[in-house]
Design a protein around this ligand. Structure first.
Ligand SMILES: [Zn+2]
Ligand SMILES: [Zn+2]
Length: 341
């Protein structure tokens, strides 16, 4: 079968190659992949800004159909499913005990540490499988994983609450999912971007209270007007741009919370003194957790989150370069890759 392989460390080094079909194992489930989302992390791996173990098939935002299942009664062939990518963990450390699998020191995820989902078949432990609700197809279902990251950041770590004035910076797929989760928690949500994000902001408008193009409008004034001059309660930074993180500190009220969700990929400077004077809490969130996956599947079952409008394209994996180039130019929204024979 064909897979999109990072074949060596360093920038680039990505190609569609022949890879062996994975063997079915006891206690595992074999999925025929229908669609796998391209994540910012994949772009970072392409640019040599995120750890991986080549040669490795990339792709960790998967949905597909079960073709073989062992060791589980809740999953059967024919089921549409998604999977937690953090499939190799020690199971014994404090983070595993807490369900924070992505923090386990021996953690490996499919799509970076072991064979991922930009290919036809994937074999993963039965415990990592989650059945998609009936109304979620495999294209939308591929976004369960990024949604679980947003749910952890917004609901579990930041604890966004009804009445909070929340600014979401960066209207990419993570920003739009983050904004939807914050809205589902009851917050007043302002989604921001620049002129290059015009279409993304227009799409985001259906889920938020206000969208702001920061090149055309004065975001600071808008937030001050909404908050009696105090500033936002929470900034959820989803762009991974240093400028957005820095301006997030300015937008917050005293004792506000900055949650960094977008990955920066490299070090950058921040005015921590400014944050100190306002007693701002700086938090970060990386990947999902067992708890956030549970809540994610519940939110999807309750139809609290819309995924389908965020998928802009589905391309065969052989067109990965077109897709990566488009995402670098910030064109489209979530682009999915589908397997080829
Ligand atoms: Zn991802
Ligand atoms: Zn562990």
């Amino acid at each position: 079968m064909k897979g999109l392989v990072k074949y060596a460390l360093g920038p680039g080094n990505l190609a569609v190659q022949d890879v062996p079909e994975p063997d079915m194992r006891p206690g595992h489930v074999k999925i025929e992949v229908r669609a796998t989302g391209i994540c910012g992390t994949d772009l970072h791996i392409y640019a040599h800004e995120y750890p991986c173990r080549p040669p490795v098939v990339l792709g960790h935002e998967v949905a597909g159909i079960v073709v073989d299942a062992d060791g589980t009664d809740h999953i059967a062939p024919g089921d549409a499913v998604t999977a937690l990518p953090t499939v190799i963990v020690c199971g014994a450390c404090r983070y595993c005990q807490e369900g924070q699998l992505s923090l386990c020191p021996t953690r490996l995820s499919f799509g970076s540490g072991i064979q991922g989902a930009f290919t036809r078949y994937l074999v993963v432990p039965a415990w990592s499988i989650r059945k998609l609700p009936a109304h979620i197809d495999c294209h939308s279902g591929a976004m369960s994983e990024p949604l679980s990251c947003c749910v952890k950041a917004v609901s579990l770590l930041t604890r966004v609450t009804a009445g909070d004035i929340v600014v979401v910076t960066g209207p990419g797929p993570i920003g739009l999912l983050t904004a939807q989760v914050a809205r589902a928690e009851g917050a007043y949500v302002i989604l921001t971007g620049t002129s290059i994000d015009r279409e993304r902001l227009a799409l985001g408008a259906r889920w938020v209270d206000l969208t702001v193009n920061i090149e055309e409008e004065n975001l600071d004034e808008i937030v001050k007007d909404l908050t009696d001059g105090h500033g936002a309660d929470i900034v959820l930074e989803c762009s991974g741009s240093a400028a957005a993180t820095c301006s997030g500190i300015d937008l917050l009220r005293k004792e506000g919370i900055l949650m960094q969700i977008g990955l920066h990929g490299r070090p950058f400077e921040i005015d921590l003194f400014k944050a100190e004077l306002k007693e701002i809490t700086l938090r970060t969130s990386f990947s999902g957790s067992l708890q956030s996956w549970d809540r994610t599947m519940t939110l999807l079952r309750q139809k609290k989150i819309e995924l389908a409008p965020i998928v802009s394209d589905v391309l065969p994996i052989t067109e990965w370069k077109t897709a990566f180039d488009r995402l670098h130019r910030k064109e489209g929204m979530k682009i999915l890759l589908s397997p080829v024979d």
